[in-house]
Design a protein around this ligand. Sequence first.
Ligand code: FES
Ligand SMILES: [Fe+2]
Length: 442
Amino acid sequence: MNRYQSIDGLVSADGATQNRQIYWNEDIYQQELEQVFARSWLFLTHDSMIPNPGDFVTAFMGEDRVIVARGRDGTVRAFLNSCNHRGNIVCRADSGNARSFVCNYHGWAYGLDGALVNVPLEADIYGEGFDRSTLGLKSVRVESHRGFLFGNFDASAPSLVDYLGEMAWYFDTFMDVPGGSELLGPPIKVRIKANWKFFAENFVGDFYHAGWTHAAALEVIGGALAAVSGNKMVAPGFQFATTFGHGFNASPGTDEMFPHVHQGEIARQFEDWMRSRIPVVRERLGKERASIYNAIWDGTMFPNTSFLRGIDTWKVWQPRGPKELEVWTWTLVERDMPEALKQGIRHTNEKTFGAAGMLEGDDGENMEGNTHSSAGWVTRNERLNSEMGLGNDGPHPDFPSQVSEPADNEAAQRNFLRMWETMMTARDWDEIMAVRRGEHGT
Ligand code: FES
Ligand SMILES: [Fe+2]
């Protein structure tokens, strides 16, 4: 590990305060790319985006470009998208179907598994010692959870399912329904001048901001969430914080009340779907998960994959330096939903969390303010506060992980930041797992 700057004390031992440098300092950011992004499971794409042999998408893992391709054998593989000759981007398309990937600069060609398969004029201009087999694109570990594909650069990292820990059980609330869930793409991409962690933290547990930041938008949207607009009430619900930093809030409905932000005909279709589906989920996954299947969720899988249910968005916060990020947004739907409902949900998602989305716009302005005001010479060493509900979380008889009530709490944010601090300082995954399992008793 290259040490750029000491991390000690930047996040307090209980996670409740943070030094603001973690949100803008370039040295810390470079350390993040190495210690966090190069060792974590990062979202790549969903099976539904690349169903056929030869289908591919290009993605990012931190700032590393990767190609994710389905081989002739049906296996999905990922590898760096940077040519081993002189470094050019090998594939500039967002997605497509290919037999091979040919670099623009001199024409080196790589197969669907990243192997270097053709070098123009090889026999004429390269010597005997030239060995194509050593010049393939560096491969990435790829694992899937119910069709959601993730990559990891670290051979010693735990399996995806172990890394998800308790979160796998919660993900299955919507990923393990009959037919499963899928994403509608291609992703919408938006640049925002803010640190990626402010968004990841916001989704992991900040229900508190919804009634204030989004007060006007929630009034316009109407439905169940309008009740919290202007902080008229504290919404009922739970917050969950898992061993490896993943977490979420869930604010449940009832058998006759379905929290969501859809409007008009889409709302009616969505409610019909939920009404018919809740008994199926209860039968398949049990009453505990059925109770949160019908809920508004905001969640983050550490470090930079976030999602909402009831708004049905799936996001990756792609870091672009400490003070900028690119937000990639897909629409999250159940595969067995009628096509008209899927397209209706896509419409709601674009209206709320797309490029000009009402809710994304509200959040972006705040996150830019958080990031850039924290860089001032004096301001930078003032600490930020996340102490809401400190000590109120603990084990729950029905739900795994640390649980707190109501959803207005900052336990999941503290847990996210503690995971970040552990990864920034730990030598290897053995140490990360020992520290985190020690803190959670898991
Ligand atoms: S840089 Fe790719 S072929 Fe030369
Ligand atoms: Fe928000």
